[in-house]
Design a binder for this molecule. Structure first.
Ligand code: AMP
Length: 468
């Protein structure tokens, strides 16, 4: 037996023992038996302890199981799949035949794909691993050249990947692992057929890792088609994040929104704000309005070139840009720390998007505020959101919630859910008793539904795993 194989077997044995039992210390990455170059990179990144999704997922992936994970961005799910995949690559080196990849990661947006590729490069920097990124909006030539010699990891958005496959720049018949990230967004963005076309080109025998923030029936169906006897893991977003978000609704006429937004953004407490609009056109319009009012802002959405998006995001990240106006899809996967405010200029028409949007603030243990501007026409969206989060979002004291449109004038009655039940009062303050706190963990689709393994670590608050 070669030394490498012996080392790998020893590590596997340790990893195999690494169920959530007392004899395995999963407060540290060493407990998984990952290759030393990987744990070294993690130490350099100052990742002290694995997050709950990492605790649950890493041992399963190391054992080459298919996994379906319900987790959203911000839970550490990228490392949850990237670390064991890198470990597999390092333990099983293979010469590349060229124009091929060993691991295919599909994600819905260019930004998220770029972040995933960066994560693989960071965690794998002491390994000999080639990572390629295949996304639209940038010239295809460099991507074709990067794939020519073959890569271990290919991170791609579906459309560009199919273009590359179509021109023969890459073939997928040697892929050993498929990762589908943010599957629910893939569905929203109409990628479902592309995914089926891609999956049809993969070898039948492969490992499948499937992540989604929500599990609507169409996604559950896709998971059933793709995965073989998967282990199921689910984590709620870090509770501390949700608890720290102070949410507010401002009721106003649609025509009053520009002035209200400008006023909020001029407030001293707003250090870095992400403003959401429903449409790309709306994002441009709001940005122009802000700039005209003397408030520096830039927009990010699907009509911007990849270079523009990268430049704007970098400026937002490094603090040169204070206000970023975005559509849901463009903001998906943006992981920027220090966003003090999320402003919903338009309320999203999908209630789940509200949860994703406000989760952009209060990251990494910081506090955050989410303010939503709500016109009378948007009240049905507000009701849907409150039904989903099972809480009434308090209205700004200056603005009263208008009576439902069907209500005859002068007969206003207190706001009620469509179910008829009054909403639970929202109490997001940190000093509120735990029982009264509004936790997004109560949102049904974020509840740990199928916890194959459970343990105290699954509920470990974020502050124990964020970077020191
Ligand atoms: P993700 O959910 O994969 O987008 O990760 C969210 C953020 O958490 C990223 O900035 C990661 O670098 C960071 N992160 C992931 N895992 C850990 C960990 N175990 N310790 C500290 N930071 C982490």
């Amino acid at each position: 037996m070669s030394r490498a194989t012996r080392d790998t077997s020893a590590r596997r044995e340790r990893a195999g023992a690494c169920r959530l039992t007392d004899d395995c210390n999963l407060n540290s990455f060493h407990g998984f038996g990952l290759a030393e170059p990987i744990t070294r990179a993690l130490a350099e990144e100052r990742y002290d302890a694995p997050t709950p999704i990492q605790v649950e997922t890493i041992p399963l992936v190391l054992r080459r199981r298919d996994v379906v994970g319900i987790a959203q961005t911000g839970t550490g799910k990228t490392a949850a799949f990237a670390l064991p995949i890198l470990d597999h690559i390092s333990a099983n080196p293979q010469p590349s035949p060229g124009k091929a990849c060993r691991v295919l990661v599909l994600s819905p947006t260019r930004e998220l794909s770029a972040q995933i590729a960066d994560s693989f490069r960071i965690y794998g920097r002491h390994l000999r691993v080639r990572v390629a990124l295949a996304i639209g909006g940038v010239p295809i030539g460099p991507q074709i050249r990067a794939l020519a010699r073959g890569v271990e990891i290919l991170v791609a958005t579906p459309g560009r990947l199919l273009d590359l496959v179509g021109t023969g720049a890459v073939s997928l018949d040697r892929a050993e692992v498929l990762v589908l990230d943010e599957a629910d967004r893939m569905l929203d963005m109409g990628f479902i057929h592309d995914i089926r076309r891609i999956v049809a080109r993969l070898p039948k025998h492969r490992q499948n890792l499937f992540f989604s923030a929500t599990m609507p029936p169409a996604i559950a169906e896709l998971a059933r088609e793709i995965l073989h006897n998967p282990a199921k893991v689910a984590v709620a977003p870090p509770a501390s994040t949700a608890e720290r978000i102070e949410q507010r609704i401002v009721h106003l006429q649609a025509s009053a929104k520009p002035a209200a937004l400008a006023e909020i953004l001029r407030g001293g407490a707003v250090e870095r704000a992400l403003v959401f609009t429903r449409t790309k056109h709306g994002a441009d319009k709001v940005t122009r309005m802000l700039v005209k009012s003397g408030i520096g802002a830039e927009a990010i959405h699907g009509n911007k070139s990849q270079n523009q998006r990268g430049r704007v995001l970098a400026a937002f990240r490094d603090g040169h840009l204070r206000i970023l106006v975005a559509t849901d899809i463009a903001a998906r996967g943006i992981d920027v720390e220090g966003i003090t405010h999320v402003i919903n200029y338009d309320l999203p028409n999908e209630p789940e998007s509200y949860v994703h949007r406000i989760g952009r603030t209060a990251r990494a243990g910081a506090a955050g505020t989410a303010i939503s501007l709500c016109s009378a026409e948007e009240l049905p969206h507000l009701r849907a959101i409150e039904k989903l989060i099972r809480a009434a979002i308090p209205a700004d004291p200056q603005s009263a919630r208008p009576a439902p449109a069907s209500q005859p004038r002068g007969k206003a009655r207190p706001y009620q859910h469509r179910s008829g039940a009054p909403p639970r009062p929202h109490a997001p303050r940190r000093d509120a008793p735990a029982s009264a706190r509004h936790e997004l963990a109560t949102v049904p689709f974020l509840q740990p539904k199928h916890r194959e393994q459970s343990g105290p670590s699954a509920r470990r608050p974020r502050k124990q795993w964020r970077r020191a």
